[in-house]
Design a protein around this ligand. Structure first.
Ligand SMILES: C[S@@+](CC[C@H](N)C(=O)[O-])C[C@H]1O[C@@H](n2cnc3c(N)ncnc32)[C@H](O)[C@@H]1O
Length: 285
């Protein structure tokens, strides 16, 4: 029979070669099998795993040793205090993206009923976080992946969020006829030949959620050029981007006619978010 402490020790050891966070991974995976919190593992190190639990743990530990991301193994990831379902059809929501959510909530804190689009919603992370915090906002969440939209719908209903409408389509195409206050997106922004795409957890995520052209700028450029047609005068486009794309995104927003451009860093101090206001005159190229 194996105790909690022995199972964790063995798992940490086996994960050392392939995971950047062996202790955290081992704890999350064992909690997943035992259906308990991390504090239970600390409180009851001598409790024994049943043979069935030991077998289940071995199975998922091996998946992690083979490189599969923890969130795809457990099927969930926390974002903005919401537990979200994730599968290999969606990007695993990142803590950096909470910078974008935080900015939007702070900047538009006194705006009662905005119409907001989350383009490329994936798991629905951004849309669900905003919908939970601002029940009066009317949110449209889109994606070109029907599988991703199914997951996003599931997450909205899991958290009983009724102010999100999900629409399938390419970038701004599903917004035809709408006049929006905010267009928000965490689009793919990695260069298609970036070596990170074939390393670590990222290699398990959908390529369409990650890569976007030679410089990683195709989606952002498209959004900046087209967003003005769907924004009210004075409306905002807000995008997440790579830490090294700050100047490229600034130039792109400026060329598209956006004003009052603001750029923000994430908690790690990396440039991560750019926001621009659609000219009051309604001008954007
Ligand atoms: C970086 S992921 C972001 C997912 C989620 N918003 C998040 O922050 O975790 C980019 C998303 O854009 C979607 N996407 C890629 N190309 C698209 C397109 N042409 N039109 C609409 N969505 C697209 C992908 O399917 C993916 O869900």
């Amino acid at each position: 029979m194996t105790t909690i402490s022995q199972a964790l020790g063995e798992a940490r050891h086996r994960l050392q070669a392939t995971s950047p966070s062996p202790a955290v991974d081992a704890s999350i995976l064992l909690c997943h099998v035992l259906g308990c919190s991390p504090s239970h593992l600390i409180a009851w190190p001598d409790n024994q795993l049943s043979p069935h639990q030991a077998m289940q743990f071995e199975e998922i530990l091996q998946q992690r040793v083979d490189g599969k991301p923890v969130a795809y193994i457990t099927g969930e990831r926390e974002f903005w205090s919401l537990s979200l379902k994730v599968t290999s059809d969606v990007l695993i929501p990142r803590p950096e993206t909470e910078t974008l959510v935080e900015f939007v909530l702070e900047k538009f804190s006194s705006s009662p009923a905005l119409t907001v689009a989350d383009l490329g919603t994936g798991s629905g992370a951004i849309a669900c976080a905003l919908a939970a915090e601002r029940p009066a906002w009317n949110i449209i969440a889109t994606d070109s992946s029907t599988e991703a939209l199914d997951i996003a719908r599931h997450n909205a209903s899991l958290h009983k969020l009724e102010n999100i409408r999900f629409v399938h389509g390419q970038w701004l195409e599903p917004l035809t006829g709408l006049d929006l206050d905010l267009i928000i997106s965490n689009p793919p922004y990695i260069a298609f030949d970036d070596p990170h795409l074939v390393q670590g957890d990222v290699r398990f995520e959908p390529e369409a959620a990650l890569a976007s052209g030679k410089q990683g700028m195709d989606a952002i450029t498209h959004l900046a050029r087209q967003a003005g047609q769907h924004l009210k005068a004075g409306g905002w486009l807000i995008v997440e981007h790579g830490y090294d794309q700050q100047q490229l995104v600034y130039d792109c927003f400026q060329q598209a006619g956006f004003e009052n451009i603001v750029q923000l860093t994430d908690l790690a101090g990396q440039p991560r978010v750019t926001a621009g206001q659609h000219g009051k005159s309604g001008y954007a190229r």
